[in-house]
Write a protein that binds this ligand. Structure first.
Ligand code: ZN
Length: 263
């Protein structure tokens, strides 16, 4: 209760002050405005929201680390039980966590209550590295809790859990990127890693193709469970991206995107 009360003050006092100062600036301006009030305020509000989200993500990263530390201290989870060499545990942790996330991604597409969060990511009508940042806060919250639970049950070493997090984020930026790699390099990469062209298929407007190439980092699970496609039936260069039912500029709007799970 005390924390909740403090949290409320921590938001209410600065917010109230912001309103008071804005009224004062309106009544007694010092300098004339060069830019319009509305676009600047909108931009600054988006900055604020983004920063809150980033703060949240950092807090959630700590959650994954704490889960790993808790599992270690309590001797909980597979790796804490078997006590194998650290390099073997770390290597297996990377592979098993990758599989756990592949399963989660399949679930995000199969279950309606998860799809409403994940479709915010898929509504982007272009793909570039910035699409890797386009996850609704609700999906981030869900996947962080899921990841933390996976870390606890596997008993992943703390350092390996944090390194996996970094590895995953780098892969997401890479495989969403809009880079044209030579086909030969792409094929070579795909032996192990999800390449940009491979992930492109997953962002097709064709629903059937959205249920292909679920992998985040390793390509093995899609091959093993027969959800792998080399490229879209539209071809790499002719493929349309996004959700077929949303063919306008709304996905570029921040607020519309945030509200999308409700629509
Ligand atoms: Zn997806």
């Amino acid at each position: 209760m005390v924390e909740a009360g403090l949290g409320l003050y921590a938001i209410a006092i600065p917010a109230g002050l912001l309103v008071l100062l804005s009224v004062a600036e309106y009544l007694w301006p010092r300098s004339a405005r060069v830019l319009g009030r509305i676009p600047r305020w909108r931009t600054h509000a988006l900055f604020f929201l983004t920063n809150v989200t980033v703060g949240r993500v950092l807090a959630l990263l700590v959650v994954v680390g704490s889960a790993a530390a808790w599992a270690h201290d309590h001797g909980f989870g597979l790796f804490n039980y078997v006590g194998w060499p650290w390099w073997l545990e770390a290597g297996l942790a990377f592979i098993l966590l990758d599989f756990a996330l592949w399963l989660q991604h399949v679930a995000m597409h199969r279950f309606g209550f998860l799809w409403v969060m994940h479709k915010v990511h898929h509504s982007d009508r272009d793909l570039d590295a910035s699409t890797a940042l386009r996850f609704h806060p609700l999906e981030l919250l869900f996947s962080t809790l899921y990841k933390s639970a996976s870390v606890v049950f596997l008993g992943v070493p703390v350092l390996a859990a944090l390194a996996f997090e970094l590895w995953l984020n780098c892969n997401a930026l890479f495989n969403h990127s809009n880079v044209r790699l030579p086909r030969s390099v792409d094929r070579l990469l795909r032996i192990f890693l999800v390449s940009p062209d491979m992930h492109l298929v997953h962002h097709s407007t064709a629903v059937g193709e959205q249920q292909r190439n679920y992998g985040f980092a390793l390509t093995w699970w899609d091959r093993l469970f027969a959800t792998y496609d080399y490229e879209s039936t539209m071809g790499r260069d002719g493929q349309t991206i996004g959700l077929a039912e949303i063919a306008d500029e709304r996905p570029a709007q921040f607020l519309w995107s945030m509200k999308q799970p409700l629509t």
